[in-house]
Write a protein that binds this ligand. Structure first.
Ligand code: NDP
Length: 456
């Protein structure tokens, strides 16, 4: 497998991918390691996770540079991702014992009812490339704390990062085989699906997720899907903080080059503030610096995948053919690397792919609406349900809209935000199951009820 730097289009490493037989061997080792690991106390497991977090901090600079080189994320955002991952790990370190320790839920003389939380066994963590540390730690940290072994399949666009993560675990002294990275593209992931693992935790696109879920269903083991989105943002009337709203919306749409599962993918603006908002929005977009992602002042790096340029170009052409108007950008840069100009299209509607299909790039459509009711109708017009944002001075108005939206997260005056304390989940084509929060700690264990009677 050739690892290509998307900023230079140069091959930075040639990797040997795992064969089917090697993946089967890895599964065998993982099963053995898991039996040792589950016997360790939760406190001992947490000590190992602390070591991992410490190593991550120590290597931050080197790991951030590697991530930038292999998937194009600007270096400042790569550093931020590793710091964000550490914050999430800290949450798990501080809270896991509380939610995984055996509990006596009822007792009377001679009789006890107890819940214990058992590991699933060996689980597959099949991951996307856009935030390999963040979406990785959402799964592999609570999975390991819960006593499982992990076969981690990073995307083909973040293989080197995946191998570094495995190296860190090995340096923490975990039983050999407890955490193993699977090297290879989709076919390596498919081999994991073909094996009898005890849980499947997938982050990626709806299309791949659906194909995997269909196959895992027959195994009768836990399965979670964290999939894509077409996340809407609505700017309501009477908003005196339009400049701040525009700046926040630009960040929500263009951070990580728009390649976030919860990126703002479409914007609706009340007619009373529409013109002011789009002027402020475009001013902000024109200030985004595009260039070498190793330059710490750069905000827009290259896309991770070359083929995404065609997807963006197609959405722009389709929108223009249906009456959309380009206010900035509109094409790929004529330079080495997969760079695409940050692009804003207005006069949009829901006949356009731009407003209905996942974009996953530095491109946003803005549509004018006459009132909250129309905004709500349009925001709901999607099979996805990951997040939605309302920018308004009135919390109650925002909650009324957010409460009616079938999404896993609702944002008032913010967007593209993830907290370790809150559940991360989707609805519809954005998937199902939960990571993060106390609910996400328990996603990787199975409860067992004990009925304990002293006398027969
Ligand atoms: P893909 O669906 O293309 O790939 C996801 C993972 O699945 C990759 O590791 C991929 O390997 C692997 N894979 C591909 N085919 C198979 C197969 N047949 N069997 C098993 N595994 C397979 O998604 P992307 O990596 O392109 O990620 C982008 C998508 O992820 C977007 O839709 C985004 O919204 C979503 N996402 C959702 C998140 C959430 O929390 N809801 C978070 C982050 C991203 P390879 O890449 O090597 O082909």
């Amino acid at each position: 497998m050739k690892i290509i730097n998307p900023a230079t289009e140069r091959v930075i490493r040639n990797l040997k991918t795992d064969t089917v037989i090697q993946i089967q061997e890895k599964f065998k080792f993982a099963k053995e390691a898991q039996l040792i690991w589950q016997k360790q106390s939760i406190d001992d497991r947490l000590e190992t996770v602390k070591k991992f977090s410490h190593l991550l901090a120590k290597r931050q600079e080197k790991l951030a540079a590697l991530l930038t080189q292999e998937m194009g994320k600007p270096i400042g955002q790569a550093r931020g991702e590793i710091e964000g991952a550490q914050a999430r790990i800290n949450y798990f370190i501080e809270n896991s014992s509380r939610y995984l320790t055996e509990e006596v839920v009822w007792e009377q003389p001679g009789l006890q009812e107890v819940i214990s939380y058992e590991p699933l066994g060996v689980i597959a963590n099949i991951s996307a490339w856009n935030y390999p540390y963040l979406v990785g730690v959402n799964v592999f940290i609570p999975a390991l704390i819960g006593g499982n072994a992990v076969l981690y399949k990073p995307s083909e666009h973040t293989q080197l990062t995946g191998l570094e993560i495995q190296r860190l675990w090995n340096q923490c002294g975990v039983p050999e085989g407890l955490f193993q990275t699977i090297t290879g593209a989709g076919d390596a992931g498919q081999t994991l699906i073909d094996l009898p693992l005890q849980g499947y935790f997938f982050t990626g696109s709806y299309t791949t997720g659906q194909a995997i879920y269909e196959q895992v269903a027959t195994k009768m083991v836990p399965c979670q899907m964290e999939l894509g989105g077409k996340d809407p943002l609505y700017v309501a009337a009477n908003n005196s903080k339009l400049k701040q709203a525009a700046a926040a919306a630009v960040d929500g749409a263009f951070y990580n080059n728009g390649q976030s599962c919860c990126a703002v993918e479409r914007i609706y603006v009340h007619q009373s503030v529409y013109h002011d908002f789009i002027n402020l929005f475009v001013q902000e977009v024109k200030q985004l610096k595009l260039g070498d992602p190793m330059d710490p002042t750069v905000y827009i790096g290259p896309l991770a995948r070359k083929q995404q340029i065609d997807v963006l170009q197609d959405q722009i052409e389709d929108a223009q053919a249906l009456g959309g108007k380009l206010l900035s950008g509109g094409q790929a840069e004529t330079r080495q690397g997969y760079f695409f100009q940050p692009t804003v299209v207005i006069n949009t509607n829901h006949n356009m792919k731009l407003m209905t299909e996942e974009t996953f790039g530095p491109l946003i459509g803005i549509q004018q609406v006459k009132d909250d009711k129309e905004a709500l109708t349009l925001m709901t017009d999607t099979p996805y349900g990951l997040t939605a944002s309302v920018f308004s001075e009135d919390q109650q108005q925002a909650r009324e809209i957010l409460d009616q939206l079938p999404t896993g997260s609702g944002y008032w005056n913010c967007s593209d935000r993830v907290s370790a304390r809150l559940p991360w989940s989707g609805r519809g084509h954005s998937g199902f199951g939960t990571t993060l929060s106390h609910l996400g700690i328990r996603s990787f264990v199975q409860p067992k009820g004990y009925h304990l009677k002293e006398n027969i």
